[in-house]
Design a protein around this ligand. Structure first.
Ligand code: FEO
Length: 169
């Protein structure tokens, strides 16, 4: 595998584990303030992020590359309202999209078609994740203004269940 593509993919493993860490921090915040549905939603999201990391590790390993795990940064989010995590979530997903796009670009430059095909799933997934994060903000803006609406939204988010990723390696 091209050295730059390898390096970016190995770094992305860390970024995905960081995403899981960040979303667990969101989940802890919502647990503390009593919004157990929001806490559940982000706990499930953290599981998805862990899956993303595991898929990248498996892909590297399947291609004979060594996976090096680095230290995971401490989440550093200031929660000033129940909206803070939602906004930070969208901002973070946009950042992750830029990282995936950068790996795609590097793989494209060296005609690494196998990596491009692997990353196609992540490109689509990022589109979904940005939309989900944006939808949450919109719902919070509409329904989060009063206690009844917030209760209903919390109940909706409590129903999210984890499903394994559709990508199988
Ligand atoms: Fe692994 Fe939320 O992107």
């Amino acid at each position: 595998m091209d050295e730059k593509v390898y390096k970016l993919l190995n770094e992305q493993v860390n970024k995905e584990f960081y995403s899981a860490y960040l979303y667990l921090d969101f989940s802890n915040y919502y647990t503390e303030v009593g919004l157990d549905g929001f806490a559940n939603w982000y706990k499930v999201q953290a599981q998805e992020e862990r899956d993303h990391a595991l898929l990248m590790m498996q892909f590297l390993s399947n291609n004979g590359e060594k996976v090096t795990l680095e230290a995971i940064d401490k989440p550093d989010v200031k929660y000033t309202s129940n909206m803070s995590a939602l906004e930070k979530g969208l901002e973070h997903e946009k950042y992750v999209t830029s990282l995936i796009n950068a790996i795609y670009d590097a793989a494209n430059k060296v005609k690494d078609f196998r990596t491009l095909q692997f990353l196609d799933w992540f490109v689509k997934e990022q589109g979904e994740e940005e939309k989900n994060a944006d939808d949450l903000i919109k719902k919070m803006q509409i329904f989060g203004k009063d206690a009844h609406g917030l209760y209903a939204l919390n109940t909706e988010l409590a129903a999210r269940v984890y499903t394994a990723p559709s990508l199988v390696l």
